[in-house]
Design a protein around this ligand. Structure first.
Ligand SMILES: NC(=O)c1ccc[n+]([C@@H]2O[C@H](COP(=O)([O-])OP(=O)(O)OC[C@H]3O[C@@H](n4cnc5c(N)ncnc54)[C@H](O)[C@@H]3O)[C@@H](O)[C@H]2O)c1
Length: 429
């Protein structure tokens, strides 16, 4: 197996991977379109908030050759990993970036090492490798399985997760031939300190990733829906989950919130729904789960409005503080964050807003929690950043004159806040 690895797309998935490969002694090149990212990476500065990259890039950047020139990046590579975005556009999977990356690979296949291994790590819908990738790569007569190996190995990285990172998350993989799959397993075994499982078909590997993320979406929808119902029934869902979690088998806790965000969970079920419909089957549960999770930002805004009314306040004349725009704690990724629809709906209803996220200064209107909360009658907590947990105490809220707390993550001190005479509303709590 060759020692040169080319990574296409240096974002949340590709950049940690490039660092990991460089750390493990591979010669690494990165193909990236974003000039700003290229410059930062060349200087050893991480363009993303990722503790692994922030630690490794300053040391390893000279070992990673980054360019926007496909020929230079792919020249002599033995392993090519594609980690470009695969979003939704107009309710359909958008494989534009993937196709363009594949075109770059195809144009340079003959300049790679003999029989290079082309691995797609981007999340795709089942069938993409065979229906979309293979024809592009075989355009000029080279054959998958003979002239190059083609496979899929979905990335499972979970930004912000301290226990499982790119170097120790088990992987599943499959390539066009058995030999290719074993070659891929050998490669991943050199960089990942975890089980590498070879499945029998590429389409099964493709289905693994969307299956896993859809599992999360459906379960989150389940607790979100129950949270709304429990609220009417006077049951605190947080307590119910605490109780149910004591069962050592057959139960796994999921938590209600303002909706799901990020580049994966809201989108991957749509990839699965689209490919399933193409095959003639409508997965009703999956569609309903999407609908429920998408309804949560409006539910949060409803809580804000109703809670203010209880305090005889009207949204229109109030200043509201939105805390957190990142879609999950301790990261700066704002893609598909439920905070955005919450902010737009509050603005549409003519509320004045202060916005603060310590990880996303560009989207913040305030420089600190104190600045953000100052003058606000209501706070809406959208992200469970550690800094918020530490600072947003009942005493702090009282001293700032806050009258209503909408805790969309059910993470603040409910009892203490209520004891201070502040109206507290969580999601089903
Ligand atoms: N972010 C996550 O936590 C995560 C986790 C698992 C899987 N995934 C999947 O991995 C894939 C990449 O996601 P991401 O979060 O790293 O995206 P990202 O937007 O952070 O990074 C992708 C990078 O690819 C670059 N790019 C786009 N088209 C290109 C091209 N043709 N040639 C070269 N570079 C190109 C972009 O400029 C960008 O820097 C997606 O399919 C996503 O669903 C993401």
């Amino acid at each position: 197996m060759s020692q040169k690895v080319a990574v296409i797309g240096l974002g949340y998935v590709g950049l940690p991977l490039a660092c990991l490969c460089a750390e493990k002694g591979f010669e690494v090149s990165g193909l990236e379109l974003d000039e700003k990212k290229i410059l930062m990476i060349r200087q050893g500065k991480s363009p993303i908030k990722d503790s692994f990259v922030e630690e490794k890039l300053p040391v390893l950047h000279e070992k990673i050759f980054v360019t926007n020139n496909p020929g230079e990046a792919l020249q002599s590579s033995g392993v090519i990993i594609i980690a470009v975005p695969t979003p939704m556009r107009e309710n359909k999977p958008d494989l534009g970036a993937l196709k363009s990356a594949l075109v770059s690979v195809e144009a340079n296949l003959e300049h790679c090492q003999k029989k290079p291994l082309v691995i797609i790590e981007s999340t795709v819908y089942p069938g993409t490798t065979a229906e979309v990738a293979k024809p592009i790569l075989e355009k000029r007569g080279l054959k998958a399985g003979i002239d190059f190996e083609l496979g899929h190995c979905p990335e499972r990285v979970d930004p912000g997760n301290k226990e499982f990172g790119i170097g120790n998350i088990p992987r599943v993989v499959c390539c066009t031939t058995r030999e290719g799959s074993l070659g891929a397993k050998e490669f991943y075994s050199k960089i990942v300190n975890a089980e590498i499982t070879v499945l029998d078909s590429i389409i099964a590997v493709e289905a693994v990733k969307v299956f896993e993320n859809t599992f999360r979406d459906v379960n989150i929808a389940y607790v979100n829906d129950l949270a709304k119902g429990f609220d009417r029934m006077g049951i605190d869902i947080k307590e119910v989950i605490r109780g149910a979690s004591t069962k050592p088998f057959g139960f796994m806790p999921f938590y209600p919130g303002p909706g799901v965000g990020g580049h994966c969970i809201p989108k991957d079920p749509c990839y699965l729904i689209a490919s399933s419909k193409k095959a003639g089957f409508t997965p009703k549960l999956l569609e309903l789960a999407r609908k429920i999770n998408k309804s949560m930002p409006a539910y949060v805004v409803e809580l804000v409005e109703n809670s203010l009314k209880q305090k005889k306040l009207h949204l229109k004349s109030q200043k509201i503080c939105v805390l957190g725009v990142a879609f999950k704690p301790e990261i700066d990724d704002i893609r598909e964050s439920p905070a955005w629809p919450i902010i737009s709906m509050l603005k549409e209803k003519k509320a004045a807003l202060n916005i603060f996220d310590p990880f996303v200064p560009g989207a913040s209107t305030a420089k600190s929690i104190e600045d953000a909360v100052s003058g606000c009658s209501c706070i809406v907590l959208c992200t469970q950043h550690r800094q918020f947990l530490e600072k947003i105490t009942p005493e702090f809220l009282k001293s700032m004159g806050v009258r209503v707390v909408i805790d969309a993550r059910n993470c603040l001190d409910k009892k203490g806040i209520i004891e201070k005479g502040i109206l507290y509303k969580g999601i089903g709590s």
